[in-house]
Design a protein around this ligand. Structure first.
Ligand code: S3P
Ligand code: PEP
Length: 443
């Protein structure tokens, strides 16, 4: 994959106006789910507009190591994946998962159920991101997953187990990806008898489960459900290729551009997501509306504009944890203190995002109260020039680019973003696209 060149920092000059249209890269959540479902299916699947990024690359490479054949159509982001119909050709592999939660969690479940001799590991931060709830759920029904480092965290050694039950339970208060992983692996366990999955306690990030169920359906597997509590996968369902499937634009990536339109007046339009999106992060626009922005939504586009300063917001962001980071930076432009609630999962993502966000917002002159699971941001009267550290977190780099907008930054000063190449996790071209709409100069 071609990676754009990034220096060790990028300086962003103040931009008073942002206007234009952005074609979004493919959704990370949809891309990695479709890749795995297509691999497990009977038949070949043509995937249109797959995201090109570190997270999808680790999934593609892992599938290749597992003997799944795929081709990229030259000069496009379209792929053909030749499904293995629930039987992986390779039973031994050492898989590098980078820092992709959407790769390691679902693959761990699928590999545990299919059985073999697999190790899964990632970057150092991946080894600090919890996976214990998923491993417990699988081992309790007879799978054999061991920790080779710290208990509860990757790296993992997956061996061949023996399915011993037809109902499983999983905790959902640390990450929804554990439930997603079990759901996607469930048809492999329910070949003869139905499989039931119960959620123990609270489930966070619920809209991501809707993405999972929607895509499983497109690959021929129906899940019966009782709200968010219990899920049933009837026996004898197996994944079937839908033939062709299209990846929507990434709604979390859309948040930066929509916020830019709302902060500066815009209009800024994103293309690739719209009215019928299956991604929960399109609900980011509800928060922007609450802040006073004008949002228009079409079939395959969303546009944000505003007239006048943004209003402060106090809201629960559990349903859109990724796009909520964009609100934290947009809050710098609001007419009073904003509070983002119920975002405790930020602590176990690419970095401890609550702590990182508080530290970096303070550098810009904001007053920030960091709670166990909330953030209160009081905007500064004028923004101070600052050097923003990004903690190898793509979203820290992307959302802090917004601090260069709307003339709140003193003229003649700059926002420096350190280590901008971390955006490659989900959006390698981010700063190029941002420059195009912000008419800024990259140094
Ligand atoms: O299932 C998914 O595609 C995702 C679920 C969310 O994680 P949690 O469920 O851990 O909050 C989200 O933050 C992540 O970027 C993608
Ligand atoms: C939390 C994120 O990623 P992951 O899929 O690795 O959990 C994210 O993209 O913000």
């Amino acid at each position: 994959m071609k990676q754009p060149y990034y220096p060790h920092h990028i300086d962003l000059a103040p931009a008073a106006h942002v206007q234009g249209t952005v074609k979004l890269p493919g959704s990370k959540s949809i891309s990695n789910r479709i890749l795995l479902l297509a691999a497990l299916s009977a038949g070949s699947t043509r995937i249109m507009d797959l995201l090109a990024s570190d997270d999808t690359l680790v999934m593609l490479m892992a599938l290749q190591q597992l003997g799944v054949k795929w081709e990229q159509i030259e000069g496009t982001q379209n792929y053909i994946v030749h499904g293995v119909d629930g039987q992986l050709p390779v039973h031994q592999a050492d898989l590098f998962m980078g820092n992709a939660g959407t790769a390691i969690r679902p693959l761990t479940a699928a590999l545990a159920v299919l059985g073999g001799d697999y190790t899964l590991h990632g970057v150092p931060r991946m080894h600090e991101r919890p996976i214990g709830d998923l491993v417990d759920a699988l081992n309790e029904v007879g799978m054999r997953i061991e920790y080779t480092g710290n208990p509860g965290y990757p790296p993992l050694h997956v061996r061949r187990g023996q399915l011993a039950a037809h109902s499983m339970k999983v905790r959902g208060n640390v990450s929804s990806q554990f439930l997603t992983a079990l759901l996607m692996a469930a048809p492999l366990m329910a070949r003869e008898q139905a499989m039931r999955i119960d959620v123990v306690g609270e489930l966070i990030s619920k809209p991501y489960i809707e993405i999972t169920l929607n895509l499983m359906r497109r690959f021929g597997v129906d899940v019966q459900r009782d709200g968010w509590q219990s899920f049933m996968i009837e026996a004898e369902q197996s994944y079937q290729s839908p033939g062709v499937i299209h990846v929507e634009g990434d709604a979390s990536s859309a948040s930066y551009f929509l916020a830019a339109g709302a902060i500066t007046g815009g209009p800024v339009r994103v293309e690739g997501v719209g009215r019928d999106s299956i991604q929960g992060d399109v609900r980011f626009v509800e928060a922007l509306r609450q802040m006073g922005a004008t949002i228009e939504v079409g079939d395959n586009w969303i546009e944000a504009s505003s007239n006048g300063p943004l209003k402060a917001i106090d809201a629960d962001f559990n349903h859109i944890p990724d796009a909520a980071m964009t609100i934290a930076v947009a809050a710098l432009y609001a007419d009073g203190p904003s509070t983002l609630r119920n975002i405790g999962s930020w602590r176990v993502k690419e970095t401890d995002r609550l702590s990182a966000m508080a530290t970096e917002l303070r550098k810009l002159g904001a007053q920030v109260e960091e709670g166990a699971d909330y953030l209160k941001v009081t905007p500064p009267a004028a923004m101070e020039p600052a050097t923003i550290d990004t903690y190898d977190d793509h979203r820290m780099a992307m959302c802090f680019s917004l601090a260069s907008l709307d003339g709140k930054l003193l003229q003649g000063t700059r926002i420096r973003i350190n280590d901008p190449k971390c955006v490659a996790k989900t959006f390698p071209d981010y700063f190029k696209v941002f420059e195009e709409i912000a008419e800024q100069t990259l140094i």
